[in-house]
Design a protein around this ligand. Structure first.
Ligand code: UDP
Length: 409
């Protein structure tokens, strides 16, 4: 994977300017005993979604620290990703009746991937439910296996969780994005916040000309208020609810809505949801529905920076990396109080939380009529992200985990 997708390199020292030399020294010191030791990260998509976004930055940074890290993506057919997407929704609490066939498909693809992936690194990190059964490849005493869960498991579908738990319990540890997302497990659990890379193409500063050019390309008027939600077209991101909230706001303020989203290789539902969104938008010229290429970090960055307000009206959420991305850009954010969003949005301090279409519209209207408060929230949000959700902190956490696992053994 590291060979097939060119991950852009940013020298570690570039981060010192932003975060202080001490932060980088600390990273180097923690990495020293791990130099040259092997780490393998495995997830189910190379692009699209928050996990790929994080790995895309974490892997080259770990390489900068001279760790022998690689990132492999498991492969699966449409049937596998349909099952795992249903599992994903069910683990987030959606109604779902799993059939024995679903479990068979899940197990068959995991078995196939066990035969093709190396799975021989000293530290194996398996991301999310899709590849969880790769643990069957573990040889006794050979290496350390950690399961990184990016989703909210607080109210999972019983059958799906009972099935997964048997695999998860055999790891050496599990990492969750919030204490509330975890389950009772017989293995140690760790709190791992997701993180953004402030210097990546997604988050770096941009020239105003480039932002203007992106707006022009998508026929967005830079002179008018821009409300934006960037998300895969997924029902749990509630794009239809965003349009309904926009319609309420529009009665009071002249504004445009940007709903931008690409797909993810492991999400087969995108096309269906996009159709629902287009139907709801009903050719309203002020609703810009943008189908972005799966990998378009500079465009996403530009759209976030051009926004007056960023919305994340998810019905369920893992962490919601888009929120940190917007806060980093000092944007006022209105987002649902679900999943990891309240960790990022401290209500009335780093943004505004909402619980419904009407609530979302109300908070947007409030910010549009109080721009000075909106600007303050953005400033506080930026600081909150800087202190808690940057990739360097995340890397530090991984290094500490590897040292802990090695010592425990
Ligand atoms: N994203 C993107 N293009 C899109 C939609 C999303 O690059 O068209 C990125 C977004 O900027 C963020 C990630 O994908 O970095 C989404 O992560 P999040 O945690 O918000 O949601 P997930 O998709 O993982 O549920």
């Amino acid at each position: 994977m590291s060979e097939t997708l060119a991950l852009s390199r940013i020298p570690l020292d570039d981060y010192a300017e932003l975060l202080g030399a001490g932060e980088i020294e600390e990273l180097r010191a923690l990495a020293k005993p791990l130099r040259g030791r092997s780490i393998e990260m495995i997830n189910s998509t190379a692009v699209g979604g928050g996990v790929a976004e994080i790995l895309n930055r974490l892997v080259p940074l770990a390489e900068e620290l001279e760790l022998n890290i690689k990132w492999d993506v498991m492969t699966g057919g449409e049937d596998f990703f349909e099952v795992t997407k249903s599992f994903h929704n069910a683990l987030h609490g959606a109604p779902y009746r799993a059939s024995p066939r679903d479990f068979e498909i899940f197990l068959a693809y995991n078995e196939r991937n066990r035969a093709t992936l190396p799975l021989d690194a000293e530290f194996m990190v398996i991301h999310d439910p899709q590849p969880a059964a790769l643990i069957d490849a573990r040889k006794p005493g050979a290496n350390h296996w950690a399961w990184r869960c990016h989703i909210d498991l607080s109210h999972p579908n019983r059958a799906v969780w009972d099935f997964l738990e048997k695999f998860v319990s055999r790891y050496d540890g599990a990492m969750f994005s919030s204490p509330e997302f975890s389950r009772q497990l017989p293995i140690p659990q760790y709190l791992f916040y997701p993180a953004i890379d402030p210097l990546s193409e997604k988050n770096q500063e941009l020239q105003p000309d480039f932002i203007a050019e992106v707006l022009k390309r998508y026929r967005i008027d830079p002179q008018r208020t821009i409300l934006t939600q960037i998300s895969r077209f997924d029902r749990l991101k509630d794009p239809v609810g965003v349009i309904r909230a926009f319609r309420i706001v529009k009665r009071y303020f002249d504004c445009q809505l940007v709903l931008a989203g690409g797909g993810a290789a492991d999400d087969p539902e995108g096309a269906v949801v996009l159709k629902e969104v287009l139907r709801e938008a009903d050719n309203d010229p002020d609703i810009k529905i943008l189908e972005l290429p799966t990998w378009a970090p500079l465009e996403v960055n530009a759209l976030q920076r051009a926004s007056t307000i960023v919305i994340q009206k998810s019905l369920r959420e893992g962490f919601g990396l888009t929120v940190s991305e917007a806060l980093w850009k000092k944007k006022p954010v209105v987002a649902s109080a679900v999943g990891g969003i309240p960790i990022q949005i401290i209500h009335k301090h780093t943004g505004l939380l909402s619980h419904s279409v009407e609530g979302t519209a109300y908070q947007i209207r409030f910010l549009l009529s109080h721009p000075e408060i909106a600007a303050k929230l953005g400033e506080h949000g930026h600081q909150h992200v800087k202190e808690n959700f940057l990739i360097t902190q995340k890397l530090k956490r991984y290094l500490t985990l590897f040292l802990t696992l090695a010592r425990a053994a």
